[in-house]
Design a protein around this ligand. Structure first.
Ligand code: FES
Length: 322
């Protein structure tokens, strides 16, 4: 289960638009804020449809005593990004001190940092930290358009020729095979982006004959293959049907219906929330990084915190572990 999680009171100290769909929000935190590494994240207590919920955001470099995040307003938002975007200067929030599950090794002879869209948030902090240490690195940052690239100017000033921007709207894409082929033998790659980018990178990394331990990654849990639609699950042995709205996760819907669930990360990483799928009328949109591609193809289990049914109905078993 989770390590020690320390909740604190904080107030919004600064709000700034840093891309067409991204806002920088800095929080002045009560008490001492310990030093944190790039890639760390904090949980925020938000309110969605009048109900309390937690949302996790990567922490970016901030002035002393503050915690800052960069929040993308998701068109398909389940409510978390809408809540964060509604915050104004002086607003009171609850947040946790940063934890890190996407750590730099600090020992590689060269680093390739890959970012897709809002996946720039941990990569931005990593790039700054590595440059400060004089590390050898290259950053490749892709997005659907130039206007959506938060931190692009900062990174250009910091990295110069070590930064490559790829604007999909003018046909630019990341050539993963070429990037990996150009790396020295013991290089490490850190990637944060949508799940499609991660799957492509994993395949290209394996094709390049590189050890999987040197590819480290994080994905956003809302980056699926299908748009969010409502669906229904019938829970085996509970005799209940649980509707899942398009703006909530399966895990939230099950808990809301009084089903006791085991879970931890709520990011598709730990697998604790996995449910068994016995029957389904539609595709499962696997959005986790816990199951292997083979396990996802079998469609026997899904992580309730991030994955969902594309539509229709499924029968699930939540008690299969016992
Ligand atoms: S709670 Fe960790 S994968 Fe769902």
């Amino acid at each position: 289960m989770r390590n020690r999680v320390e909740w604190r009171d904080a107030t919004v100290a600064e709000v700034r638009q840093i891309a067409d769909d991204v806002r920088y929000i800095a929080f002045a935190v009560d008490g001492v804020v310990p030093r944190f590494d790039p890639g760390s994240h904090s949980n925020f207590r938000v309110e969605i449809n009048g109900q309390p919920a937690n949302r996790t955001y990567t922490i970016i470099p901030a002035p002393s005593g503050q915690i800052a995040v960069a929040v993308k307003l998701h068109p398909q938002s389940r409510g978390g990004s809408r809540f964060m975007w509604a915050l104004e200067h002086g607003a009171a929030v609850r947040l946790t001190l940063p934890e890190n599950r996407f750590e730099l090794s600090w020992r590689a002879p060269h680093y390739l940092l890959l970012a897709g869209g809002i996946g720039i948030t941990p990569i931005y902090g990593m790039a700054r930290a590595l440059m400060a240490r004089g590390a050898s690195l290259r950053v490749v940052y892709a997005a659907r358009s130039r206007g959506l690239m938060a931190f692009a100017e900062d990174l250009q000033d910091l990295l110069g020729g070590q930064l490559v921007l790829r604007d999909n709207s003018i046909g630019e894409h990341v050539d993963l095979a070429a990037e990996f082929a150009a790396l020295p033998p013991d290089a490490e790659c850190y990637l944060c982006g949508p799940i499609g980018m991660l799957e492509a990178a994993k395949a290209a990394w394996a094709d390049a004959g590189r050890p999987i331990s040197r590819l480290r990654y994080e994905v956003f849990g809302d980056s699926g293959l299908f748009a969010e639609k409502p669906f229904v699950v019938d829970v085996l042995n509970r005799d209940i049907s649980v509707p899942v709205r398009s703006d909530q996760t399966l895990l939230e819907a099950l808990i809301g219906a009084g089903v006791e669930m085991i879970y931890d990360c709520q990011r598709g990483e730990c697998g604790l929330c996995a449910v068994k799928v016995l029957e389904k009328e539609a595709e499962i949109d696997h959005r986790d990084v816990f199951f292997s591609p083979e396990e996802k193809a079998e469609n026997h289990r899904m992580c309730a915190c991030v994955s969902r049914l594309s539509e229709g109905r499924a029968v699930i078993d939540i008690g299969y572990r016992a």
